[in-house]
Design a protein around this ligand. Sequence first.
Ligand code: ADP
Ligand code: MG
Length: 318
Amino acid sequence: MAAIRTENLTRRFGDFTAVDRVNLRVEPGEVFGFLGPNGSGKTTVIKMLTGLLPITAGDAWVDGLDVRTDAERVRERIGYMSQQFSLYDDLTVAENLQFYGRIYGLTPARLRERLEAVAALNGLSPFLGRQAGKLSGGFKQRLALACAMLHEPKILFLDEPTAGIDPVARRELWDLLFELSGQGITFFVTTHYMDEAERCSHVAYIYFSRLIADGTPDALKALPEVNRPGTRRLEITAPALTRALRLAREVPGIRSATIFGQAIHALVDEALDPARLESELARRGVAIAGIRPLAPSLEDVFVELSTRRQAEREEAHA
Ligand code: ADP
Ligand code: MG
């Protein structure tokens, strides 16, 4: 049984369709990455799945329960860390947990037991007496996650949990999610960050209300739309990168080129093999450290698929 499943899930606000016939399947224990630009419908999907917003059309099941008819039981089995999740800065870590535990209706005995457990799981045990406002960004997010886990949910919805925290804390939070998923918790996580998407066992990308990609990162990178016949991707390393980029763009057969870290990523005609490209660049006075074949990144995948979807939209509106 899927942890989460939707069939043509749709939400309209007046005549605007915020979520358009979305089909998702999330397996138990997965860390499912849900990506998409701002305003594409991610939060609206989560709100429907958690029973906070009525479904306009289509169906959704969470832990096998129909969200439309069983919202109450769904709520007992899920945790939700919203984008606006708020901690009480002037309360301690323990007091925040107690506050949320009472909201979830835990008995005092159960609350004590769960407080210890979630604090340990989230690395918060040494900080129970600290004021929440004095925690670092990463630890605030851990506390928020701990609060969402108090009632021992099987499925957790995290809406942009790493927005605004530093890269080390981001990495640590993801390590934590994988550790928890190893214990059988399913995570449905929205993010803007591509490096985070690369780590997910499964990613889906929503663009202007519609799902345009869904699969493992490897499967998405192998899509024919992303690896068009007659083209290849090359990574070019060069000492003077910006100058190399400017001159590389003049080489016939280069379709697009952009700087990525310490290298240029280029999409080129198949005929332009590394040896020919190197001699073309040498003719333009560009010293090259190396050229090698490159697999598409997830960012390449989403850029390619969203450019196509955008062209379809423009055609439809023309
Ligand atoms: P994301 O989380 O991907 O940034 P949202 O799901 O928050 O996107 O929003 C998707 C779209 O739906 C946006 O255009 C937003 O303005 C619109 N929207 C969200 N909630 C409402 C609402 N309550 N009423 C009207 N429009 C809404
Ligand atoms: Mg959102």
